[in-house]
Design a protein around this ligand. Structure first.
Ligand SMILES: C[S@@+](CC[C@H](N)C(=O)[O-])C[C@H]1O[C@@H](n2cnc3c(N)ncnc32)[C@H](O)[C@@H]1O
Length: 247
């Protein structure tokens, strides 16, 4: 994250309701349960999933995608670059969405050749309208997962479910497994899939891949498949989930 963003947030005394940076500093922790859930930094498994997208040639074209627990939003941004038709970003903390995800998405919503300096007013106008069109593909949400589901499913328009849910380092806390499983259950299209990246174990919080796998197996709704194991430093997993009985 750009240091100027950190400064901006720190300087905003009385930031509405949160002030997560100073709380995170004073508690010497990247996670404060129910207060700050870690979205200000980019976690290791995000890079595993990004590498997997390229390696496995994951197709995003025409898909509706959710970057769940997005933090910086890199997974959703990759989906956008790959031609996803709609990309939603969710993070627990509104500060993360406002100060990190949104600026990051906007900065990455133009292609490189469009960034070259052009002075022609017509070209500029055309480019601006193209950027505006691209931005219509994005939506941003902050808040806890059950509330997020409630909000989406209670809107007047019939909610079109996600073809793909991308989520990295979101299974560290077993207390959240219920709402997370519900989120997949309620928001994933019957033929959709979840791509989940996680460490084997989160010391101090207690969650991890095996515990989550057990939780999911007991509910008997989703099938889980290990796509890759990264066995360097802390062991990490890439997992695919889809409905066991899609119809
Ligand atoms: C450890 S961070 C990972 C951020 C990002 N995905 C990455 O890999 O860099 C976990 C993310 O999950 C989200 N999260 C965790 N528990 C949540 C909950 N109970 N409700 C909503 N969001 C939650 C937070 O917003 C946070 O950004």
């Amino acid at each position: 994250m750009n240091i100027s963003v950190v400064k901006t947030i720190l300087l905003k005394e009385n930031f509405p309701g949160e002030n997560i940076i100073s709380k995170s500093f004073s508690s010497h922790s990247d996670l404060i349960t129910g207060v700050y859930e870690g979205g200000l930094k980019i976690w290791e498994c995000t890079f595993d999933l990004l590498a997997y997208f390229t390696k496995a040639k994951v197709k995003f074209a025409g898909k509706k995608v959710l970057d769940l627990g997005c933090g910086s939003g890199l997974l959703g941004i990759m989906a956008f670059k790959g031609g996803a038709k709609e990309i939603h970003f969710q993070d627990y903390n509104s500060v993360v969405i406002d100060e990190v995800t949104l600026p990051n998405v906007v900065a990455n919503s133009t292609s490189e050749d469009e960034e070259n300096d052009v002075n022609e007013p017509d070209v500029k106008r055309c480019r601006r309208s193209k950027v505006a069109q691209e931005l219509c593909k994005f939506r941003f949400f902050s808040g806890e997962w059950s509330e997020f589901c409630k909000l989406l499913l209670s809107s007047e328009k019939l909610f079109e479910k996600y073809d793909l849910i991308l989520t990295s380092e979101t299974i560290y806390n077993p207390d959240y497994y219920g709402p997370l499983h519900q989120t997949f259950l309620r928001l994933l299209d019957k033929n959709g899939r979840v791509l989940l990246a996680s460490k084997a174990h989160y010391f101090g919080v207690g969650g991890g891949t095996h515990l989550f796998q057990k939780f999911v197996e007991e509910r008997n709704v989703f099938e889980m498949r290990t796509l890759e194991i990264i066995d360097e430093g802390l062991k990490r997993f890439l997992i695919e989930m889809n409905f066991k009985y899609p119809s």
